[in-house]
Design a protein around this ligand. Structure first.
Ligand SMILES: Cc1cc2nc3c(=O)[nH]c(=O)nc-3n(C[C@H](O)[C@H](O)[C@H](O)COP(=O)(O)OP(=O)(O)OC[C@H]3O[C@@H](n4cnc5c(N)ncnc54)[C@H](O)[C@@H]3O)c2cc1C
Length: 405
């Protein structure tokens, strides 16, 4: 069997996995069910652990053109607007040897897609992976491409098909993800459309009771990405309804009244209220997830690796979901380097062992962050006091940002 692999899903995780595979000397086919890669999405923050990888893949220069490079991350009170603590991001970049950036998801995806195409990844759109079958010493992947069922044989496969991963359900049989009880409301606003005092090139996390708002620049700083993350209920949290909403483009108006968003930030200070009022076209994203990873078996089954949200969906409260997808891809590429087709089962086991505990730790920390961000009562008082006294030391996460595989 030739050194070839099939990737199911052409999001951040899948595109990065295809890229690192070809860089390791493998042939890679990425199958994406969507008919085209569209410009939809919102912002993502990428810590030094992630930008270090993008630089190593030769994408540092391209990143400079599309990302924003905030100089500080401010933890603020939602009600008073007080800056409780600031993590100086430029200093963090010097310390960790790579920048902290904020970027539109479509720009990040575009960088990966261009690099993948340039380096020889075969990218197929309108290609729905139906099934991955493990046969002796290979995999057989069934794909419906442009309406026609085709079969592809390869030495291994990667399931990068996102939080609702149908392939995970086939491989692990551990059911559907669950609604976490948290909803993200997202908006993008041109900085030029904002009054001067609301424009910002920094990251702000405005913490309130059972909700917080994150704002940061994207598209080279021309837009401000504003996300409100609130605990709440959906009128219908049936899996089919949730999946229908799980698109980066689900419009708030299609889902629920704007009233819930306003309720989540009812105690907000004037600058935040003004910022949110300046945003229109809110889009809703019910956050769905799974329990923290339990073991290496959730990353690899035989000749199939699960990466990104398919393996470890996480709350966005540590801003590392895409980051962990990119780290997965880097780790996979390392294992594929110098590997023969016959080595795949052992190499994938090594990949799984290298990744699952880190991913589990990040998932768990994201949950904990949510509790801290949304705290009330004594926990909130302690949090605010700790931030005022210890500042950046409480906000820095050296085990996360300093990670080198
Ligand atoms: C509100 C919010 C804020 C976030 N903020 C951050 C942040 O600041 N930093 C960060 O690092 N992360 C952040 N994340 C998380 C990050 O966006 C995700 O972790 C990341 O996009 C996951 O990428 P993925 O490729 O695994 O999955 P996806 O992006 O879901 O991609 C999966 C792809 O697979 C395709 N697909 C599905 N099934 C099939 C099939 N059968 N055949 C072929 N194709 C298929 C889908 O169409 C899709 O294109 C945030 C998430 C949210 C919701």
């Amino acid at each position: 069997m030739t050194k070839s692999l099939v990737v199911a899903g052409g999001g951040i995780a899948g595109m990065a996995a295809g890229l690192t595979a070809v860089r390791a000397g493998w042939q890679a086919h990425v199958f994406e069910r969507a008919p085209e890669f569209s410009e939809v999405g919102a912002g993502v923050q990428l810590g030094p652990n992630v930008t270090r990888l993008l630089q190593a893949w030769g994408l540092g220069e391209a990143l400079m053109h599309v990302a924003a490079f905030p100089s500080g991350l401010h933890a603020r009170s939602m009600t008073t607007g007080e800056v409780l603590a600031t993590l100086p991001l430029k200093e963090a970049a010097l310390m960790y040897g790579a920048p902290y950036v904020t970027i539109h998801r479509a720009d990040l995806h575009g960088l990966l897609l261009q690099a993948a195409s340039r380096e020889g990844v075969q990218v197929h759109s309108d290609a729905l992976v139906q099934r991955i079958r493990q046969v002796p010493h290979a995999v057989t992947v069934e794909v419906t491409q442009h309406g026609q069922l085709q079969q592809h044989d390869a030495a291994m496969a990667v399931a990068a098909d996102g939080v609702w991963s149908p392939l995970r359900q086939q491989l692990l049989g551990d059911g559907l993800p669950m609604f976490t009880g948290h909803i993200a409301y997202r908006a993008l606003v041109a900085q030029a459309d904002l009054p001067t005092h609301l424009r910002s090139q920094d990251v702000s996390v405005w913490m309130g009771a059972h909700a917080h708002v994150v704002s940061y620049p994207v598209r080279g700083g021309e837009y401000l990405n504003v996300v409100c993350l609130a605990e709440g209920r959906l009128l219908d949290d049936d899996a089919n309804h949730l999946q229908a909403l799980q698109t980066w483009n689900a419009k708030k108006s299609e889902a629920q009244a704007l009233a819930e968003l306003h309720h989540a930030v009812r105690d907000a200070c004037t600058p935040l209220t003004d910022l949110m009022a300046a945003c229109s076209d809110w889009r809703l994203w019910p956050l769905c997830g799974r329990p923290v990873m339990q073991g290496a078996h959730q990353h690899v089954q035989g000749r199939v690796a699960l990466v990104g949200d398919a393996a470890h969906p996480m709350l966005p409260y540590l801003a590392q979901g895409a980051g962990m997808a990119l780290e997965d891809a880097a780790a996979l590429g390392m294992q594929l380097t110098g590997a023969a087709s016959t080595d795949i089962p052992q190499r994938l086991q090594a990949f799984a062992q290298a990744r699952w505990q880190r991913n589990a730790r990040v998932q768990a920390r994201a949950v904990r962050n949510g509790q801290i961000f949304h705290a009330t009562g004594a926990l909130r008082v302690g949090r605010d006091m700790g931030l005022r006294l210890m500042g950046a030391r409480l906000m820095d996460v050296p085990w996360l940002y300093g990670y080198r595989a």
